[in-house]
Design a protein around this ligand. Sequence first.
Ligand code: PMP
Length: 355
Amino acid sequence: MSVSIRSGFESIPSYRAGKPAQLGPDGLSAKLSSNENPYDPLPSVLDALAAALPASVNRYPSIAAPELTAALAARLDVAPENIAFGAGSVEVASQLIHALAGAGDEVMYAWRSFEAYPILVQLAGATPVQVPLTADGGHDLPAMADAITDRTKLIFVCNPNNPTGTTVTQAAVEAFMQQVPEHVLVVLDEAYVHFNVDADSAVGLDFFKRYPNVAVLHTFSKAYGLAGLRVGYAVAQPEVADALRKAAVPFALSALAQAGGVASLAAEDELQERIDVLVAERERMTTELRAAGLPVLDSQANFVWAPAGTASDGIAEVFAKRGVSVRCFSGDGIRISIGARHENDAVIEVSAAAA
Ligand code: PMP
C-alpha cells in the first residue's frame, strides 16, 4: 500500500508527544514551548469534569453540545447558529479549509505564522500562499490584499500572531476588508485574544458583526487552560457554521470537553485573574529579557518572541541545559511561553548567559 501524504503534524515539535524539558541542575523542568497555560485547572472546573466523568465514558456525547453552545452564544452575544465547534481550534481551521478550498484554490496567510496553516492547506489539496511579515514581525495587510487572486478562497489573519505576538490594528483590518472581495472568507484566528490588551487591536467579533465574510476562531486551550480537553470553535455566518458542522467528524467534542467549557465560562472572573497575572509576567519577561540582551518584541500573547536569527539554536540549547524547553525556529527566532513565576525567573536568570 502506498499513501501520498508528504508531511503532517509530526513535523511540528509542539504536536509531538508532550516532551518535558530535560532536568536542569536544580531539578527544574519547564515546558515553555507550546504556549500552554501553567495553571492547574480551577477546582470548579475539576468538579464539573468529575461530575461529568462516569457517563462520559460509555455514552456518546451530544453532537449539538447544547449547554456549551447556549453559554457561549450568551457570552459572545451571537446566535447559536453562528457557532461551530471542533476538537480544538486547529480542527475547526481544518474544517474551514476543507469546506471552502480544494485543488486549484488558494489559501493565504502571513508567514511566519501558526505552523498548522501550511500543513492543513496542503492536506486539503489547496495551494498555500504565504505573504512575508513586515520587518517588525507584523502582518503586511496591504501586501496580502495585493496577493488576492480569483482563486483565493480563504485568508487567515492570526491576531495576536503566533509566534511573533504582534497584533493587527482595527484601522488596518478595516482598510483590508475594503479590498477583500465578498466571496473570500477572512478568518481572524484569535487563539490568544484573552492576553491581548492592545486598545488599537482589531476585535474579531466586531468585524464578524459588520462583515458577512469574516469568521473568528477561538479556543479554550490557552487562556482557559483546557489544551488537553480539546475545545475550539468558530463564530461565522450561519451558512459557514453549517458547512463546518457538515464537514465535522461526529462526536469530536467529548462530553468532558463540553463540561469543561461550560464550567470555564461560569468561572471567567477567576480565569481573568490568572490571565492578568500572565500578562503582568509577560511584561516582566519582556523587560528583563531585553535587559539581558535578547531582542524580544512587544507581545500581546502568552509568549514572547526573540528574532535572534542564526543565534537562535545556541540560545535554545542554553535554555535546555537549564531545564527550560523553548520553541526554536532554527535560524529565525525563539518563542518562549509565559510560565509559572519560578519558571519565568529561571528564564530570566539564564537569559544573560544565553544572549
Ligand atoms: N491558532 C493558533 C494561532 C495557535 O497558536 C494554536 C495552537 N498553538 C491554535 C490555533 C490551535 O489551538 P487548539 O487546537 O488547541 O485550539
